[in-house]
Ligand binder design. Structure first.
Ligand SMILES: [Zn+2]
Length: 300
């Protein structure tokens, strides 16, 4: 089969996705206007801004509390997604954050990065799409138990470790079933394309999903702290993070509705003025809230 035919078959297997990719190629205006319609249809009368942190390495432990204090001074209270094993290692720091108003969601139990000594940096492991469904369920349940019994927090929501590789309908159906049985209220485990197809908040299989937000000029692409600040080979740099964050802020301000759902890793951004400039831009156009506060305000 020729490459072109093969590619056409792949695209036709997902016609809605194809339509959105074609739409994005022709400019992002129609994507943003659809997003605005979906957002208003979901009863979101003004823009909200949630900042969450995936704390995937021990390097995050050292910087998380100072970053938290700095953001609180800006009027922003972040949400923390820390794998259970790292929550134990960083207990003192994360308890300080909890005492200072931080909200915690379940991010699984096992660590999903490791230090690659040969390359001198962290690398990813324990991808859910490479585990059996049983192993995925156990990791979510252990993360939940750890938060409740060790940390004393009843989590309301979940973010899938390395969620980008766990986006298929069957993955999400399975995930939402596990979260429903745990009594969770939401997940934030999908790529930006979901927000443009289904809205910034939508319900699937009895679970509320809040897709993460993308770059201003490339709204289907995650605004990624690793990619802009930390990756050894970078297509985007720190200035792009700020530029794309500020561009997104202008889009949301223009719409007058939406959920700016941005996440980063503290170790990537703790000393980066470009990150804090983007946060300031988001907080200027949207009301900063935690996921818990957001859900309390949205129509049921
Ligand atoms: Zn993670």
């Amino acid at each position: 089969m020729s490459g072109v035919v093969q590619r056409a078959k792949v695209l036709l297997a997902d016609p809605v996705g194809l339509a959105y990719r074609l739409g994005a190629m022709g400019g992002t205006g129609s994507l943003w206007s659809r997003y605005g319609r979906l957002s208003r249809g979901a009863g979101i009368a003004k823009p909200y801004f949630v900042l969450s942190f995936d704390c995937d390495t021990e390097e995050d432990i050292a910087v998380a509390a100072p970053v938290h204090r700095r953001l609180r001074d800006m009027g922003v209270t972040p949400v923390y997604a820390v794998p259970g094993e790292l929550l134990k290692k960083g207990e003192a720091a994360y308890r300080r954050i909890l005492d200072a108003g931080g909200e915690f969601i379940n991010h699984g139990y096992r660590e999903h990065t490791y230090f690659d000594a040969a390359r001198g940096r962290h690398a990813s492991c324990f991808f859910y799409d490479q585990q059996t469904p049983d192993a995925v369920r156990r990791d979510i349940e252990e993360g939940d138990r750890n938060l409740r019994e060790f940390f004393g927090v009843v989590p309301l929501g979940f973010r899938t470790p390395h969620f980008g590789s766990y986006q298929k309908p069957a993955h999400l159906a399975f995930l939402y079933g596990v979260l429903r049985r745990l009594g969770y209220r939401f997940s934030s485990s999908t790529n930006p394309v979901f927000a443009f197809r289904f809205g910034p908040v939508f319900r699937r299989h009895g679970m509320v999903e809040l897709p993460v937000s993308g770059m201003g000029d490339r709204p289907l692409r995650i605004l990624d702290s690793w990619g802009c600040f930390a990756a050894p080979e970078r297509r985007f740099g720190p200035a792009d993070y700020q530029r794309q964050g500020e561009s997104a802020a202008r889009h949301f301000a223009g719409l007058g509705t939406g959920i700016l759902n941005y996440y980063a890793d503290p170790s990537h951004i703790h000393d980066r003025p470009e990150f804090f400039a983007a946060v300031a831009a988001w907080a200027r156009v949207a009301r900063p809230v935690t996921y818990g506060q957001l859900l309390a305000e949205l129509p049921a």
